[in-house]
Design a protein around this ligand. Structure first.
Ligand SMILES: [Cu+2]
Length: 263
């Protein structure tokens, strides 16, 4: 088979080969020069548009996968570093084993994998504990209404195990959030749980009715699904401030840990 070959530039200098241009003899050397060739055919046509797009997509996809891998590695490393830093804070590092308001034994491990808002108080507290638990419950309810947020578990641990048995807690938690878990135990168990969060609690003198007030730390603690203390909220924090803070903690945490949580 024969066809025309066209060369741009000086043939002796190894000019660029063009294929299929019409024959145009007598043109200056630097313009395409075409001549009849009897060599092998031009072969199959070069890569088509579809092939080039396919290759482009493959290369792009490969780069994207590499970027994703590096990025997720980076986030995992950030997460590991943060967990180590939080462990050094050494708040809430121990384990507790207490009875819930239904009489079931609950340990700290039962709450792993869940966000927890934790408050220490006592059911006979005249004003502060109800106010703080109202705030805590309202923050949990606000987060419940946000479909992008995982459920946050509200927990109340008594500092007054003498009066707050499971039955008393059962009556009390109903006044706040439907998911609120009340926890109690022996004085030693309760003291141990409180000490872990550096909670101060001291019962005052009894009045003629045997009633007494317990002076105690007033803080709401935020615990991550790793069981680590992340933040605390004092009485000055409003329900909206708590909600916003918890929301931000959850968002930051999920950015560091893109894997979905287990059941
Ligand atoms: Cu109180």
């Amino acid at each position: 088979m024969s066809w025309f070959r066209c060369i741009v530039g000086d043939v002796r200098g190894g000019g660029r080969l063009l294929r299929g241009l019409p024959q145009s003899p007598g043109l200056p050397q630097r313009t395409p020069r075409c001549f009849l060739s009897r060599g092998p055919g031009p072969g199959p046509p070069g890569p088509g548009l579809r092939t080039r797009v396919g290759v482009g997509l493959l290369v792009g996809g490969g780069l994207l996968a590499a970027w994703w891998f590096v990025d997720s590695e980076k986030r995992q490393n950030q997460r590991r570093r943060r967990v180590e830093q939080l462990k050094q804070v050494s708040l809430g590092q121990g384990v507790f084993s207490l009875l819930d308001h239904r009489g079931q034994r609950r340990t700290k491990a039962d709450f792993l994998g869940r966000w927890v808002l934790l408050y220490f108080g006592f059911t006979h507290c005249p004003d502060i504990c109800p106010e703080e638990l109202d705030k805590l419950s309202a923050a949990v309810s606000a987060l419940d209404r946000d479909a992008s947020m995982p459920p946050v578990q509200p927990v109340f641990i008594t500092v007054d195990p003498e009066r707050d048995d499971a039955a008393a807690l059962d009556r009390y938690v109903k006044d706040f959030h439907p998911r609120l878990i009340g926890l109690t135990g022996t004085p030693e168990e309760v003291k141990h749980a409180g000490r872990d969060y550096r909670v101060y609690a001291s019962a005052g003198p009894k009045d003629e009715d045997g009633d007494y007030i317990v002076d105690h730390t007033i803080l709401i603690y935020l615990i991550s699904p790793d069981g680590l203390f992340l933040d605390y909220y004092n009485r000055m924090k409003s329900q909206d401030q708590i909600t916003e803070s918890v929301r931000n903690h959850i968002k930051n945490y999920e950015q560091l840990d893109p894997q979905p949580e287990g059941p």
